[in-house]
Design a protein around this ligand. Structure first.
Ligand code: ACO
Length: 322
């Protein structure tokens, strides 16, 4: 059994906040942000625009792309670190809004690696035969957990959502090399104080704000990403030169350039949306992928590699034949 992608969708809030806009509220500049990160602008959710609403919009777009009705979905896995509420899971709000009353819906929390973790989770359920069709969503409202007085972090993130529809298919013969071919997930909690939110229900009782040791995150990112990519390619019997499209988590252009260089990938093969979206955490991979599908870059039969690293640390990669 293989998990095959049937549809993709995304949603970005209307409000664009440029680097120049941020320079009005913190001591920063377009030059500093662009040179260090490659980011020029980000989308910020409107007041009252919830993670569930963004996830729902992306889910509806993915279902339309797949030509499926909500009732045909029996599993929803939502990756988010910015849920609407502590509980219930934001996935069940999306499930209810879609009018689905059967199957299962739950959230996965692996910060920026969330989409890769959610995809791998859904993939294993589909391969085991427990569910038939899954909506995998990454949705984030990071603007709500940023300290808008901390220039070192508030310039890096944005809001948005992306979704994929996966279906379990029995593939054989020449079709066997399709769908999700390999996934690898990792975490190492010794680094949990390098990127975290300083609040939570059992500690402060408040939502808290994102805190980050930027240079430490940077130091670990390229090495960890490269290791997990190598392991994922090995599992599927491919090498970096076989990759048609590299769709990394959009954290920072310098990290992505470093990982691509280490892998020996042609920069033309790297899908980069960080300039316009900034870091949308668990939403960044499906949003980047949707961009490369809608502009015609990613086509059926292409070998696509996803990777991410985030708070925890968590990191992972996923190889898929489109
Ligand atoms: N504007 C202007 N100056 C700034 C800003 C800003 N927005 N932010 C920090 N600075 C200043 C600092 O105060 C410091 O000044 P000082 O030398 O006078 O003390 C100086 O710039 C250098 O600060 P550093 O933190 O050392 O800057 P660095 O070159 O490491 O760049 C950055 C910071 C961009 C955050 C980098 O460390 C990085 O990209 N880290 C990875 C973090 C990341 O991508 N996190 C995303 C989440 S994890 C993930 O998704 C992989």
């Amino acid at each position: 059994m293989r998990s095959v992608v049937k549809g993709v969708g995304g949603y970005l809030p209307d409000r664009i906040v440029t680097n120049q806009d941020l320079a009005q509220i913190v001591d920063t500049s377009d030059e500093w942000i662009t040179a260090r990160t490659g980011i020029r602008e980000r989308r910020i959710a409107a007041d009252g625009e919830l993670t569930s609403a963004m996830g729902l919009a992306a889910a509806k777009a993915a279902l339309a792309d797949a030509g499926l009705e909500p009732g045909e979905i029996d599993l929803i896995v939502l990756a988010t670190s910015t849920p609407d509420q502590t509980f219930p899971a934001t996935a069940v709000t999306i499930q209810a809004e879609l009018g689905i009353t059967d199957g299962a819906a739950f959230d996965v929390q692996a910060v920026c690696s969330g989409f890769v973790f959610a995809m791998s989770t859904a993939d294993n359920y589909l391969k085991s035969g427990q569910f038939k069709r899954a909506l995998v969503i990454g949705a984030e409202a990071f603007s709500r957990i940023l300290d808008w007085e901390d220039r070192a972090t508030c310039v890096l993130f944005g809001d948005g959502a992306g979704a994929w529809v996966l279906e379990a298919e029995r593939l054989n013969g020449t079709m066997a090399d399709r769908g999700i071919l390999a996934t690898s997930l990792r975490s190492d909690g010794r680094y949990r104080d390098k990127l975290y939110v300083d609040g939570g229900p059992s500690s402060t009782g408040t939502v808290g704000h994102l805190r980050m040791d930027g240079p430490e995150v940077f130091r670990h990112a390229v090495t960890k990403i490269s290791q997990v990519i190598g392991e994922t390619l090995d599992k599927a019997g491919y090498t970096a030169s076989d990759i048609d499209w590299f769709v990394p988590h959009q954290a920072n252009k310098r990290i992505l350039d470093g990982a691509a260089r280490k892998l020996g990938l042609d920069p033309e093969r790297v899908v980069m949306t960080v300039e316009k979206h900034a870091n949308t955490s668990a939403a960044s991979i499906p949003l980047a992928l949707m961009t490369a599908c809608s502009d015609g870059r990613i086509k059926k039969g292409d070998l696509v590699l996803l990777e991410a690293m985030g708070g925890g640390f968590t990191w992972g990669a996923l190889l898929i034949r489109w």
